[in-house]
Design a binder for this molecule. Structure first.
Ligand SMILES: O=CCCC(=O)O
Length: 492
């Protein structure tokens, strides 16, 4: 798609939410080198604007400011942190329309879905604001008469996060909300494709009263910034959401200074439909799981495993449901499937499609994804999927539903676990004994049981195996930003 400058600049009610500068130490600034990166609209290819392309020196400046911010923030009371975070939460809700519009512009997702993400993102700030007041410790009986063991929780210090383009707001707030609630400062490095939502969040954080240096946003290419963040002895924690390949590189870099890491990496979610499932509910869950964010979600169903006796009925119902999907520009009324983020994303769907078709799959719904349609791909439904197909081994990250038939519960579990990943898994069954058996046997950090929408600020989100380390959201998510300190209080 040819890149042209956007003809009409975005109009927001709160104009200061469109920032084309980094936010470091409470100041908006450009990269020292003056270098910039273009940001485009994936639906049209038009260039929306430019943001600084920061390097190691800019990152070092952000780290120094975050260190100063930490010294201020760590001494605030839990109540003070709660109040600031609650104001940030409220401002996000007050500016949902503007934040949603910015998100649709840079990420593509349908406007209603973008506004839904603003709500979801804000819910993390609220959850952690509440949690800030509950950083309770423990007391444990000592080993000697009069001795007491006291356990306290303290912020880990300066933290950083590297966030993806698929959820430009929520993947920031579920890290920054936990970090700030725990008393840490944070440097956010948003994806190059979606910096504007992150910068808008920083503007609102400032308006909410987050002190200078506590939340910093630096934009640019990931490699020099990621290196500088992970090679710094000042930065005590990294949280990353993205691919397993990059997560593994970052983790090895973090080893140098033993930085704590939270990694939310790739997935390959199975969605199992047993013969005793409520098929209408299963289809409802399948639609929610597969087509959220046009298939570009790390917990999207990637492989549908359907018991042979209900296979045809499920496929028929899913086909009917898929007829309600409308592809188009995210700003267009009624659109619920948008452009994918870039050309490479489209090519991946095409490749999975061609590989599956060449190995015997059958196209049941949707046109063949061929030719140049910009970043658009029509939703597809394939049956006859086999374990050797690429779609069973890699995340498609697009609107392709791949259905495979299985015979027994053991087969379903074996096929579901036959992947190095273990982020989310879903299954539908009305048999309570089977529900417990299968939930115990699936090797995933998140299991949707008769449920296709599993994301919630109150729940511990994260994966097993190559899908990552640590949890986000819930009190477990806050613990990732805390150090446990134990005081051994001697007796007389
Ligand atoms: O894509 C990653 C996370 C999506 C979610 O929070 O549901």
């Amino acid at each position: 798609m040819a890149k042209t400058q956007q003809t009409a600049p975005i109009k927001l009610r709160h104009a200061a939410l469109f920032q084309q500068a980094c936010y470091i130490g409470g100041q908006w600034s450009q990269a020292q080198s003056g270098a910039t990166l273009d940001v485009d609209n994936p639906a049209t290819g038009e260039i929306i604007g430019q943001v600084p392309n920061c390097n190691e020196q800019d990152t070092a400046r952000a780290i120094a400011e975050a260190e100063k911010g930490f010294q201020v923030w760590r001494h605030k009371t839990a109540n003070e942190r709660n109040e600031v975070l609650m104001r940030w939460y409220q401002l996000m809700l007050d500016h949902t329309d503007d934040l949603g519009a910015l998100m649709t512009l840079e990420q593509g997702k349908p406007l209603a879905e973008a506004k839904g993400e603003v709500n979801y993102a804000a819910s993390f700030i609220k959850w952690f604001a509440e949690e800030a007041r509950r950083a309770y410790g423990e007391t444990i009986p000592g080993a000697k008469p009069g001795q007491h063991i006291v356990v306290t929780r303290q912020p880990v210090g300066v933290t950083c996060c590297i966030t993806p383009w698929n959820f430009p707001a929520a993947m920031i707030t579920r890290k920054a909300g936990a970090a700030l609630a725990a008393g840490c400062s944070m440097i956010v490095k948003p994806a190059e494709a979606t910096p504007y939502t992150a910068l808008a969040l920083a503007q609102l954080a400032e308006e909410a009263g987050v002190p200078a240096g506590v939340l910093n946003v630096i934009t640019g290419k990931p490699q020099p910034i990621g290196e500088a963040l992970t090679r710094s002895p000042v930065v005590r924690k990294l949280s990353f959401t993205g691919s397993t390949r990059v997560g593994s590189i970052l983790m090895s870099q973090c080893a140098e200074h033993i930085q704590k890491v939270s990694l939310e990496l790739g997935g390959n979610a199975p969605f199992i439909v047993f013969d005793d499932a409520d098929l209408d509910k299963a289809v409802e869950g399948a639609m929610a799981s597969k087509f959220r964010n046009t298939g570009q979600t790390c917990v999207c169903a990637n492989r549908f495993l359907v018991q042979r006796s209900v296979h045809d009925a499920f496929v028929e119902k899913l086909t009917e449901a898929m007829k309600t999907l409308k592809v188009g520009d995210g700003f267009e009324e009624g659109v619920n499937q948008s452009a994918l983020i870039n050309r490479a994303a489209v090519e991946k769907v095409q490749q999975h499609y061609q590989d599956a078709m060449s190995k015997g799959a059958k196209r049941v719904f949707g046109p063949a994804p061929e030719g140049d349609r910009g970043n658009y791909v029509e939703p597809l439904l394939l049956t006859g999927i086999k374990p050797e197909m690429q779609v069973c081994h890699e995340e498609t990250f697009g609107p392709l539903a791949a259905v495979m038939a299985f015979d027994s519960e053991d087969d379903a579990i074996r096929l579901a676990n036959d992947t190095p990943y273990g982020l989310a898994a879903y299954f539908y069954s009305q048999n309570i004994h089977r529900v417990w058996r299968v939930a115990d046997a699936l090797e995933s950090g998140i299991i949707g049981v008769n449920e296709g929408a599993v994301s919630n600020a109150a729940a511990p989100f994260g994966g097993m195996k190559a899908s990552g380390l640590g949890r986000e959201g819930s009190s477990h998510g806050m613990a990732e930003y805390e150090e446990i300190k134990y005081l051994c209080m001697g007796g007389e």
